[in-house]
Design a binder for this molecule. Structure first.
Ligand SMILES: Nc1ncnc2c1ncn2[C@@H]1O[C@H](COP(=O)(O)OP(=O)(O)O)[C@@H](O)[C@H]1O
Ligand SMILES: CC(C)(COP(=O)(O)O)[C@@H](O)C(=O)NCCC(=O)O
Length: 325
């Protein structure tokens, strides 16, 4: 197989960042002999509204990634066994391998996470793969309103980060039946009393815009881990601001004809707006909240990811950057 062309001069702005950069074609070649385990129909089922993905995208981007992850998971299990041997410990059950998926609102994190989950679950050893989204760890709207944070939804202060850290610590400690709260995009709020249960999967995917963010440092010097301290691997989905803005507004316009018509929708009142009124509302939400959050709190975490997938204007991944170990 050809060696990928490593463009060292283009690796980063100042030559300091530890990534190998691949063009789409170079990365696609690294699929090697990984078999296609999804059908075109299954891929359509996995995609989100306004976030197209094709079988070609799965073959070129996600099968090489699945192959890389199968090698990394095996290596991590080897390291785990080595540590057990060093500690003269009884052979313990392996702990879940945790993969973080980060990126802007409307970049298509949910589609990526679902495609990854489906592919990993179809490895020959059929691992159990679970998926959790961090929006469940947002503070409920009532609490955000009380704290005057409704215009800061998705910002670091809008999450119960302590709860998320405890959740991840329990998973890594090998606990059974660990619960995570659930968020509804329809109702635009955390759903009281609804939970998802994570019961010792082989792999857990944790998706959310905040997953690579640093801890807010406590003044008393107590050590607080980063969410990503619990990750074995992380993916950042990247796209240009203009593309993200357009995808967000287009999705909002499409939701007017679908989800917003549901009586339970928080945005019910927007279903009847004219297109130009809807564009004004969506532009406002994007520029006041999601764009500011992207610039201040999400893009600065990009360089912490193990892998950066850079999308072009039609959601097609054009470049892949893999962190050097
Ligand atoms: N107001 C809404 N009503 C219903 N579904 C929504 C709404 N906003 C977003 N969604 C859906 O929620 C999911 C998550 O969206 P988002 O947090 O922007 O992440 P991403 O686009 O990166 O997956 C997507 O599947 C999207 O289509
Ligand atoms: C819930 C969100 C913060 C997204 O969280 P994610 O699932 O991407 O982690 C976002 O969809 C959101 O509601 N942003 C606030 C502004 C808006 O209504 O778009």
């Amino acid at each position: 197989m050809d060696q990928p062309n490593l463009m060292s001069a283009d690796e980063d702005d100042d030559g300091l960042l530890p990534y190998r950069i691949f063009s789409r074609d170079e990365w696609a070649r690294l699929r090697a002999d990984a078999p296609m385990t999804l059908t075109a129909d299954e891929v359509v089922q996995l995609q989100s509204l306004n976030d197209p993905i094709s079988l070609d995208e799965v073959a070129a981007i996600y099968l090489p990634l699945s192959r890389l992850l199968s090698l990394y998971v095996a290596a991590t299990q080897g390291l785990f066994k080595a540590t057990q041997r060093f500690l003269l410990a009884e052979q313990q059950e392996k702990v879940p391998y945790i993969i973080g998926v980060a990126g802007s609102v409307a970049v298509g994190k949910s589609t990526t996470a679902r495609v990854l989950k489906a592919l990993l679950a179809r490895w020959p050893n059929t691992p159990k793969v679970d998926l959790v989204t961090t929006d469940g760890f947002l503070l409920p709207n009532a609490e955000l309103t009380r704290l005057n944070l409704m215009e800061r939804k998705g910002f670091p202060e809008s999450y119960d980060t302590g709860k998320l850290l405890h959740f991840l610590a329990d998973i890594k400690a090998g606990k059974r039946n660990v619960k995570a709260p659930l968020y509804s995009h329809l109702v635009y709020d955390v759903v009281p009393g609804e939970e998802t249960t994570v019961d010792r999967p082989d792999i857990l995917i944790v998706e959310g815009l905040n997953v690579l963010q640093p801890a807010r440092m406590p003044k008393d010097g107590t050590a607080i881990p980063f969410v990503s301290d619990f990750f074995d691997f992380s993916v950042y989905i990247d796209a240009d601001e203009e593309d993200l803005h357009r995808w967000y507004v287009n999705r909002f316009l499409r939701l007017r004809h679908t989800a917003f018509r549901d009586p339970l929708s928080y945005f019910r009142r927007y279903a009847e707006l004219s297109e130009s009124e809807a564009i004004t509302i969506a532009d406002g939400l994007w520029s006041r909240i999601n764009l500011v959050n992207l610039q201040e709190n999400i893009v600065p975490t990009r360089q912490r990811a193990s892998l950066i997938l850079k999308k072009g204007p039609s959601h097609r991944i054009e470049t892949v950057a893999l962190r050097r170990l």
